[in-house]
Write a protein that binds this ligand. Sequence first.
Ligand SMILES: Nc1ncnc2c1ncn2[C@@H]1O[C@H](COP(=O)(O)OP(=O)(O)OP(=O)(O)O)[C@@H](O)[C@H]1O
Length: 765
Amino acid sequence: MSFTKAMGEVVRLPVQHADHANDPVLDLDAPQTASRNAGAGAPPSDPPKLIPSPFSDPGNRDGEADGDDGEVIEGRVLVDQPHAYRPDVTARRLAGESAKRRPIIAPWLRDPNEARATIRWAVGYAGHVTGYHAARIPLYSLRLALRSPRGLYRVAAGTWRWTYDIESRPLRTHAIDRNNDDAYLKLMSERNDRVRARLFVTSAGLAGTGLAAAAVAAASGLTQTVVLAAMVAVLGWLGTPKDKRILDTAVTATKAPKLTSDVVVRALASLGIAEINRAVGKGGEGIAFPSPITRDGPGWRSDIDLPHDVTADAIMEKRKELASGLRRPIGCVWPEAGEEEEHAGRLVLWVGDRPMAKVKQPAWPLAKVGKVDLFTPAPFGTDQRGRFTDVTLMFVSVIIGAIPRMGKTFILRLLALIAALDVRAELHLYDLKGTGDLSALEPVAHAYRAGDDDEDIAYALTDMRALRKEMRRRTKVIRELPKDRCPENKVTTELASDKTLGLHPIVIAVDECQVWFEHKKHGAEFEEICTDLAKRGPATGIVLILATQRPDKAAIPTPISGVAGMRICLKVMDHTANDLILGTSAHKTGLKATMFSLNDKGICYLRGEGDAARIVRSMYIDAPAAETIALRARAMRTATGYLTGYAAGTDLDTTNDSDDGATLLTDITSVTTDTEDKIWSHVIVDRLAELRPPVYGPWAVRPEGASDAEHKTAKATTLAAALKPHGIRTVQVNRTAPNGERENSRGIVRAHILDALDNAATPGR
Ligand SMILES: Nc1ncnc2c1ncn2[C@@H]1O[C@H](COP(=O)(O)OP(=O)(O)OP(=O)(O)O)[C@@H](O)[C@H]1O
């Protein structure tokens, strides 16, 4: 392999083997030319020389060549193609598209809440500083008065030195010391001239001062006081020693240290990750900063490209060590994976000035005024930068998980308060821990229970069964609405406000939901109803919120966790719990609620609002504040005629719960499809037995010695008896069986079941 240099450009030439000695030398930029030459058959006797093309001549950029592109001219090949000198617009556009544009307007100015908060802070700060100093005016006056004689002395001495040119005395002394008569005489002459002129200026100044003093003496007492005060202030200021101040300090700032690339690299190197140490050992190569470290809210943001074999996950796992390496409290240090389109080694490190849990949160905008439309976002918490983060409760089911004492109940109560402030929302609240954490919301609850005694469970079961019926009624109402009123086949805020339709939002909030799902007798039914509500409820305006302090499959069954649209995860201990709440593979993709510390109370990952999951500190609303807000919500409901159920003194009647039949009817609809208008009874019984073996299993057991036909008849008889109380009769169904034979057996008409369910459904309100 040989290299040659043409016009400053290195061109690689192919090896010239003996048997290819006569091959043409290839133009690397123009393979077509080479192949054309090669294909010519007879190799030229002299290999063409490589020359820079005329386009490489800056004076010939317009591309006027002696021959075509890449042509052989007198046995020479042009290696530079014209396009090499044209600006590559596409490449530039592509590079521009992938480049990140920094915001023209600072982010805090674009967010109205943040801008308001900043302006509020600035006004408050200015007010405090003004008040602080105003209160100390007498002290400052005394200080100035005491220092003014010294100031007067400094003015007099300074004037004397200037007038008599004292500064140049060392020069004259130097001339005398060196017996330099000429220099001395010259200096003296200059000094005399200067002193003469300055004496004149000083005399004029003194005369002016005397006149001013006479004018002030003749003026009013107020003028004299003002002038005297100004003189004392100026002289006091001039008399202040260099190491002393006139004003005291109104605000002592605890300034957080600046985040620099050196600090970040040092902290990363302290994590004990071999690949990072290797990269740092090479002088920091391998850790890159794709954009400058900047202030971002009350902290610093650093985007970091980790060494090639290190992922952002590995750093997030070591948040505590990273905080130690940065010499900052752990609550200040928030490593996150870069955005989805970035590579796995992109780390976004945000280091706050103060721990997130300790930063004073702005007041909840809904604490004192305002109402909510559950179809639009409502403030839920603040992010690390102190900006409000919203949630939209409509059309999602919510799961909340954490280890105990991290703020799960506070979040559940906050969401219930948000719902309470939408007067249309019907609240069904269950505090299964039984400590009364949700009692603040009793004044607005449509259904409410604290505890897990038998009667509490019976109450909840009655309510949940009724809610499932309500959901069925709603699906029918929505189905029958004209397309122009309900184009998406789901509730809209306008439909929710139409009282005649009964499509108002229903919010069911359950704390410690594992108590329901692990209930020996009714666990399966709770699970089944909640799964149904979680799946089909959102479109009909029903929102199910489940919270548990033990996030596992028993506490939140997989069919429910699988469909939850909003996920809120505070600190958890392992990745299984993490993924159950935040979704499959969440831990792997960098959503790690395991990295929260025990001090991160109320801090959670919020997934389901917007595209990306976010770290949020929920608004801190304690019980007394929650009571005040709930009373305001109650007043709003009373005024608009929306106070119902428990809060209005008309609680659920659990003695009249005739849901067993409705459950059967619902089960039949869930084991059949819309396309099956008539179905044999024995087929339905088999499907029911499969759906809920403990309940329907016995219906499908073959009586001893019974033939197939007798077994079918026994199943049909059992089903007919169970349907009779609901006024549903079985009919003869003549169909072709899967084995191809015609069969005429008892069966049901599916529409009869749907009609019975619709008739049984409770009206909205
Ligand atoms: N947003 C918040 N900011 C600061 N502290 C909070 C926040 N939310 C909750 N806390 C604190 O966390 C503590 C525990 O809250 P909470 O009772 O909601 O926990 P929990 O997870 O429901 O506990 P348990 O599982 O035992 O019921 C509260 O006493 C409160 O002081």
